[in-house]
Design a protein around this ligand. Structure first.
Ligand SMILES: [Zn+2]
Length: 281
């Protein structure tokens, strides 16, 4: 099952959204802003500069060269190995997430170019069960890195995830074994892995793959961490700094390499990719 074969996919979605409300209220400044204007502005409030949430599609559109999108994801969807049920059965949760996002899983995987440099890029969809990593996402990320090896190009991963998918229990946690092994192969092939952390990049996703980039760029306003603030605070019984788990804190403590504003992310990526390309000549 391949949902987005070509650019048609994006057009269909934009048309669908055009029917929805024309205005939205900015939570930060309280102003009513024209939705189209916000969209054209990378989902940044034209009035106060606040970042609105980006879907995976909007994010990938904002980063890659126009017309360069080619879906390279594997045609797989999640199974329910544990027969898991919380408020609702896991299969129902999956169906609802697919319906809501129009995606088969919580990640879009594409071959594309950024500033004419070919890449394989994965972008997580937070609205799909919190962008959580289960067996399918782990498999797609591994497949993405294998595609990058096949195509001899860099791998770019844009994370937006709360962590491992609890509905898959240990199967979700096991993804780390796969992703780190394939990531090591990518390194052995001397192909760069650029990790982009956005709001939020936490838990099992941060641990399993996002923190393993050769270069790690965080979007301004990203939340970066493993366990939740409250859990850490109670475990170590100490007050945490105010900016704990912010992108600024992560940069200060050497966990990431760069912080970029959303509007600069594309050029920042192009610069880093260009640097690696120079290095291979
Ligand atoms: Zn605003």
């Amino acid at each position: 099952m391949t949902i987005f074969k070509d650019k048609q996919y994006f057009r269909v979605n934009l048309e669908k959204e055009a029917d929805e409300a024309l205005w939205l209220r900015c939570k930060s400044c309280g102003e009513l802003v024209f939705k189209k204007r916000v969209r054209e502005n990378n989902n940044i409030c034209p009035n106060c500069g606040e970042y609105f949430f980006l879907t995976a599609r909007e994010r990938i559109e904002s980063l890659i060269d126009e017309e360069s999108f080619e879906d390279v994801s594997k045609p797989i969807v999640a199974d329910d190995p544990l027969g898991f049920q919380d408020e609702k059965p896991y299969p129902q949760r999956l169906e609802e997430a697919q319906e809501k996002t129009g995606l088969p899983s919580a990640i879009i995987l594409a071959s594309a170019s950024i500033s004419k440099i070919p890449v394989v890029i994965g972008v997580m969809e937070f609205q799909f069960i919190g962008g959580s990593m289960g067996s399918v996402m782990g498999e797609q990320i591994c497949h993405g890195m294998e595609e990058a090896i096949e195509r001899r190009c860099p791998f770019v991963l844009v994370s937006s995830s709360g962590g491992a998918r609890m509905q898959e229990g240990a199967f979700a946690l096991l993804q780390m074994v796969k992703t780190t092994a394939v990531r090591a192969r990518l390194a052995k092939e001397r192909l760069p892995f650029i990790s982009v952390m956005t709001y939020p990049t936490t838990g099992g996703v941060q641990a399993s793959i996002a923190s393993l980039g050769d270069i790690i760029i965080a979007e301004k306003g990203a939340m970066i961490g493993f366990a939740g603030r409250r859990v850490i605070k109670e475990t170590i019984a100490e007050e945490l700094p105010k900016n704990f788990q912010t992108e600024a804190f992560a940069l200060e403590h050497g966990m990431i390499d760069r912080v970029a504003r959303r509007e600069e992310l594309r050029s920042e990526l192009a610069a880093v990719l260009g640097f690696f390309q120079e290095g291979t000549r």
